[in-house]
Design a protein. Sequence first.
Length: 158
Amino acid sequence: MRKEVSADQAKDRHILLAVDESKSSQRALIYVADFLGGQSGFRITILRIIPEPSEDYFETDSDRHSWLKEHKLTSKDMLDNYRSILIQSGFPDDKVSICLVSGFCRSVAECILEQQKKLGCCTVVLGRRVISRKEEFLFGSTSSKMLHTAKSCALWII
């Protein structure tokens, strides 16, 4: 099912701002607010991915539901705050939306790109965390994976 888009929205460049609770995400948000705030022709979707751990991570199904509920609540508060910052920087209220996605992800980068395609965003913005070579080897780097796999959009790594 595809959402209908108004004529104004069809002309807008749609930017996907992928965030989490990190300082690097906050820097990316501030960069977009400073760089594009008050400019016409842009709309932004702020995306938060909550990758759920495997089912054997939790002792009971109720533990899993509690974990997910807590993460969704804190993420919703963060997204609302980030949305307010963008609106205060000059983005019209109707040009800033939030998207909260939870579920199993092979990688956060793949989930971001899936949402980018689904929403038809021309640009993806994300903050780059500074991690050690060991951490990158063990856990991977979302920004590195995005850099190597994003094909149908521009990518801003802040």
